[in-house]
Design a protein around this ligand. Structure first.
Ligand code: AMP
Length: 570
């Protein structure tokens, strides 16, 4: 099947996709279109965004949908509002010439009454996020009794966002005779479990970039201790000028912290994560699409709704646990025939995790040294010349009469002078600065431990920057550490038992985030001691005076939809 004309899709659909410039089916479309059109089995399709999966499931269903009926026949569930709107837009485009077909999006963060009113159109297709669909079911606004096809899109994300119970409730509202198609970028135990419970003898399809790694992406990794991580990041960004990139973090807190750090250091960066309101997320995405910001710091989930094809770099500020997520993240660059670079910052103790990623994905990830000041200046100079030949926009106009007599300079002298002016700040920043490339790592570099040493390192950096009057001081961390007391001994700490553990996908960073949230109302930040994440539960230590606040704060939070509980340990 090389052309859409060989698919037997209706002329209306062919006309619509022809106008969108679709000439031949993508790999996933080649497999799903004939399957959905002819087979009665359910389906598990492993495919990422960018593979053409929306058309892969919607074209054959549109081809079979009953235009004469005004009942809901086709339901798509997806994790985020952005994706919901994107899928709705795509389906509307594909069904442009099917005059009786109506598609309605239902998603949170927008008026439920307006959405209920829009159901008066009697759509045959609903695209929704699970929480809002449940709300509408509870208000008896949705009737799924005639649904024939259900698509669970980005199932892995929906499950990791804690929508498992909602999905089960929604599926129980649909008839047993329906066909269920599960699309997921990654396959994990949770996805397997839901497939087992809700799909009958599903056919499996896996395409492209899941295990097949794109060849046009260069993968690099940089080993750096915890206390130098942000400085290393700054160096990587400075050594790769003119970049347009997504920087992935693991938690919302880390995302905000890294974005703040970059903004305070003068970069056009911003954060995208689930703690932001919908309006804030929309603004950030718009700024990124318009290239008003060129570094987007995001969590994996928040970045999903963003379809940008011209990324030059992907930066893994923290490694994901799942190797497939690493491939998925990296695949955001190197699109549309362009080359891409994926750079990962690895803490010394993460070498094993990296090895696991390398062996399961078969990606050749090359170790590189954090660039020296000298190398950064070289890249910056090259970056200016690159921009000279590639940027053709005029950002402002000025009169040539403003150009004075420059005859005393040769062409080379003039270029030298302009470069000196242009790159002065960067050059001053790296002047006399110790390089990070050859640092030796030891236990003190591990995150979460040895805070005193970390502080000492920062104080040293701060002193050096202040001496030179450098305005690009790492002000945020510096400011916070100024008030930090040396680490307390264990007598000042209280040990808590916590009811969640590894089986609940709890990680150290999550625990830190939970403790910080619990004590967010306090002006002071508590000292946090050891955190032990065990299989079924965990332990953590927090400064004694925060005991009650932690116990109270935990009660109002949930982790991945689960109630959390802390108690004073034994
Ligand atoms: P998706 O994976 O559904 O997010 O689709 C990624 C992008 O590929 C979207 O912008 C689609 O419009 C586009 N696309 C999907 N199928 C095709 C095709 N057969 N030919 C060209 N572009 C396509």
């Amino acid at each position: 099947m090389n052309l859409f004309t060989e698919t037997n899709l209706s002329p209306e659909i062919l006309k619509a996709i022809g106008e969108l410039g679709f000439e031949s089916p993508t790999e996933i479309q080649k497999q799903t279109i004939p399957f959905i059109s002819t087979d009665i089995r359910d389906l598990i399709a492993l495919a990422q965004t960018g593979t053409g999966k929306t058309a892969a499931f919607s074209l054959p269903i549109l081809d079979m949908i009953d235009e004469g009926s005004r009942k809901i026949q086709f339901l798509v569930l997806c994790p985020t509002r952005e994706l919901c709107l994107q899928i709705t837009k795509d389906i509307k485009n594909y069904s442009k010439y099917m005059q009786n077909i109506k598609t309605t999006a239902v998603y949170g963060g927008s008026s439920i009454m307006d959405q209920i009113r829009s159901l008066r159109d009697k759509p045959q297709i609903i695209v929704g996020t699970p929480g809002r669909v449940i709300d509408m079911i509870n208000r008896k606004a949705l009737d799924f009794s005639e649904v024939q096809w259900v698509v669970l899109d980005e199932a892995d994300e929906m499950l990791s966002m804690g929508f498992k119970d909602d999905l089960e409730t929604i599926l129980s509202e649909t008839p047993d005779t329906k066909q269920t198609y599960l699309f997921s970028a990654t396959m994990n135990k949770e996805v397997e479990r839901i497939s087992k419970n809700y799909l009958t003898t599903p056919h499996r399809i896996s395409v492209g970039s899941i295990n097949e790694v794109k060849k046009n992406i260069k993968h690099e990794y940089y080993v750096v201790g915890y206390r130098h991580k942000k400085e290393a990041l700054k160096r990587l960004i400075d050594a790769n000028p003119n970049q347009y990139s997504i920087l992935f973090c693991r938690t919302r807190m880390e995302t905000q912290e890294v974005a703040d750090f970059l903004m305070q250091n003068g970069y056009a960066a911003d954060a995208l994560h689930g703690d932001l309101s919908q309006a804030q997320r929309d603004t950030v995405m718009k700024k990124f699409r318009l290239k008003n910001i060129d570094i987007l710091v995001a969590t994996d989930v928040a970045a999903r709704g963003l379809d940008v094809n011209s990324l030059t770099h992907v930066i893994h500020y923290s490694l994901p646990d799942d190797p497939e997520v690493f491939v998925h993240r990296s695949g955001r660059t190197g699109r549309a025939g362009k080359d891409g670079i994926s750079m990962a910052l690895i803490k010394p103790e993460e070498q094993r995790k990296l090895k696991q990623i390398k062996s399961s994905t078969k990606i050749d990830i090359q170790e590189k040294k954090i660039p020296t000041g000298e190398a950064i200046i070289k890249s910056q100079v090259a970056g200016v010349f690159e921009a000279l030949f590639t940027v053709h926009e005029e950002f402002f106009t000025f009169d040539d009469a403003l150009i004075p007599d420059l005859s005393e300079f040769s062409k080379e002298e003039l270029v030298h002078k302009l470069l000196q002016l242009q790159l002065r700040d960067v050059a001053m920043f790296y002047k006399d600065k110790n390089d990070l490339a050859d640092q030796k790592f030891n236990a003190d570099d591990r995150g979460g431990d040895s805070r005193r040493d970390r502080d000492r390192g920062r104080d040293r950096d701060r002193g050096r920057d202040r001496d030179r009057g450098d305005r690009r001081e790492f002000s945020r961390d510096g400011g916070r550490d100024r008030d930090r007391k040396p680490r307390r001994n264990s007598g000042d700490m209280v040990r808590f038992f916590f009811n969640l553990g590894k089986k609940d996908q709890l990680k150290k960073m999550d625990m830190l985030e939970i403790i910080n949230k619990s004590t967010a109302k306090s002006k002071k930040r508590p000292d946090i001691g050891d955190i032990e994440i065990l299989e079924k539960f965990s332990f953590f230590e927090v400064e004694k005076s925060f005991k009650d606040e932690v116990l109270r704060g935990m009660q109002s939070q949930k982790f991945k939809g689960k109630e959390m509980r802390a108690e004073i340990a034994g």
